[in-house]
Design a protein around this ligand. Structure first.
Ligand SMILES: O=C(O)CCC(=O)C(=O)O
Length: 172
């Protein structure tokens, strides 16, 4: 565990609303009671657009397995990071975004102060123990006024929250 990181000191109680930054909040436990339905929907998406380990533009295979649903999916390969309406693995459009995903995302966005969110893309990341994703900024999106809603299920995991500058110490 890198020693320069320090713990988020907010309480980690279900239902808690923790502010991370100017436009960022954690809604703890918000999706928990939907977990079985979310997992079942993900299994259906996996059947049509299988989880795969994508390659970064530098050719490194990601340890996280990914798939997508919605009108566009985030993808990466030697050609770069991008959103694509077509799954490069199957040549088909990505599976439709389930209503539950859309409802959860919209409700979470409202809870975080974004009343008009219409999600059109959903990246699904599957981590097994040992898989990781480095601290990064999401900047392949067209409209930065729109929120990113992230739902996390399963084993406890460590999330890093960086600052506006690369030199800022991340919180964990
Ligand atoms: O899987 C997560 O919760 C983090 C995902 C993420 O940062 C990303 O896909 O860009």
């Amino acid at each position: 565990m890198p020693s320069e990181l320090f713990p988020l000191d907010a309480p980690q109680t279900p239902g808690a609303r923790e502010t991370l930054g100017a436009q960022a909040v954690v809604l703890r436990g918000r999706a928990a009671h939907h977990a079985p339905d979310l997992i079942a929907a993900i299994a259906e998406i996996d059947a049509r657009a299988p989880f795969r380990h994508m390659a970064t533009p530098s050719g490194k295979q990601m340890s996280v397995a990914m798939t997508n649903c919605g009108a566009r999916g985030w993808t990466t390969d030697r050609r770069g990071y991008r959103y694509d309406p077509t799954d490069p693995l199957t040549g088909r459009t990505w599976p439709a975004m389930p209503d539950l995903f859309q409802t959860l995302a919209r409700e979470a966005a409202v809870g975080a102060g974004f009343p008009d969110f219409q999600p059109d893309a959903c990246l699904i990341n599957r981590y097994i123990p040992g898989a990781r994703m480095a601290l990064h900024q999401d900047k392949d999106e067209i409209d930065f006024t729109q929120p990113i809603v992230s739902v996390s299920l399963g084993l406890p995991a460590i999330f890093l929250w960086g600052g506006q500058a690369r030199a800022d110490r991340p919180r964990r």
